[in-house]
Write a protein that binds this ligand. Structure first.
Ligand SMILES: Cc1cc2nc3c(=O)[nH]c(=O)nc-3n(C[C@H](O)[C@H](O)[C@H](O)COP(=O)(O)OP(=O)(O)OC[C@H]3O[C@@H](n4cnc5c(N)ncnc54)[C@H](O)[C@@H]3O)c2cc1C
Length: 300
């Protein structure tokens, strides 16, 4: 049996493993030349190699045009670069807010058609609040609004909207878009701005990449952790990071997300005191290895 996944974003890439485990021949068709959106290439390159090693075919720069079927079942996916036989299609090409009800009520919509809200999650209609995938999402670093549906932000928005509707006055401070996925045992995480995000938002930035170990090299289970870092060249502000490894990824991306909220510079990150003991982390921790390399780059 063959399966085609349309879209090499987070959902599409995450679905490779379960479909392969079911014994299907899996092909991912991705419109751009990248997987996982704007994630750093040092990270996605390793992931691409891993999913190919696991037998997944990845075709980038291809746009799906239509599906062909026979007796109620899909048989082919037609693209601008040829046709692909298949028995199953999974479409994972993103979401758009459904705001018809809000529009009919006279509520203003903004970025990507999401409901416009202020920092208290208020819409333009008195007494009506909006939160979640249907609402604009303030970005902590750029201070721009976006519409990027992630439970970590939508959940907080919902809480703040509820509190304010009940008479409190709490502000939504914005998201740094911390995400983590597990694909064939590789944990891939990111927070803040990638190099591409920094470029698109007009930052004078630089990026660096390092490989550290999540546990002592001498330990038989020592495993490499790849990290990418984005830093504002003018101020040294730490803007974002990507991490890939088989373990020790989540706590590190959470630490770095906290650094972004604290508006730390790369020098501050390099001065963090992170627990170090052979079974858990080689000294220095991969975060400090990454910060050290970025600092070195900044000074040159
Ligand atoms: C496959 C997938 C994986 C994801 N994984 C992650 C993850 O790992 N981490 C993360 O942070 N986020 C993740 N997300 C995003 C996260 O799920 C969403 O951001 C979050 O669920 C948004 O919450 P919400 O309440 O706005 O919308 P929803 O959770 O979609 O809830 C909206 C509810 O409103 C109901 N509804 C719609 N219209 C009406 C109506 N007219 N009247 C009454 N009810 C209505 C719907 O039926 C639904 O139950 C994932 C999303 C998807 C699709």
């Amino acid at each position: 049996m063959k399966a085609i996944i349309v879209g090499g974003g987070y959902t599409g890439i995450m679905m490779c493993e379960p479909l392969r485990n079911m014994g299907l021949e899996v092909t991912v068709l991705e419109k751009t030349e990248r997987i996982l959106g704007t994630a750093d290439v040092e990270i996605t390159q390793i992931l691409e190699n891993e999913i190919k090693n696991k037998g997944v075919k990845l075709v980038k720069g291809v746009s799906v045009e239509r599906f062909v079927g026979h007796e109620g079942s899909v048989t082919e996916v037609v693209t601008d670069k040829g046709r692909f036989d298949t028995d199953l299609v999974l479409i994972a090409i993103g979401t758009r807010p459904n705001v018809e009800l809000a529009k009919r009520a006279g509520i203003n919509v903004g970025v990507n058609g999401a409901i416009k809200v202020d920092k208290y999650m208020r819409t333009n209609i008195s007494g009506v609040y909006a939160a979640g995938d249907c609402a604009e999402m303030l970005q902590f670093i750029t201070k721009k609004n976006a519409c990027n549906c992630l439970g970590i932000g939508t959940n907080r928005q919902g809480r703040i909207a509820g509190e304010n509707a009940a008479g409190m006055r709490n502000e939504f401070k914005g998201v740094v878009n911390t995400t983590i996925v597990d694909v064939f045992g590789l944990k891939v995480a990111r927070t803040g701005l990638s190099a591409i995000d920094a470029e698109c938002n007009g930052y004078d930035y630089f990026a660096s990449a390092t490989i550290g170990k999540s546990i002592c090299r001498a330990h038989p289970d020592g495993i490499p952790i790849t990290m990418s870092c984005t830093v504002d060249r003018t101020t040294g502000r730490f803007l974002g990071a990507g991490i890939l490894g088989q373990g020790g990824v989540k706590q590190r991306i959470d630490t770095l997300a906290t650094c972004i909220y604290a508006k730390m510079t790369i020098k501050d990150v390099n001065n963090l005191e992170l627990a170090c003991m052979p079974p858990f982390a080689e000294g220095p921790d991969p975060i400090l290895v990454a910060a050290d390399e970025a600092l070195r780059k900044w000074r040159h």
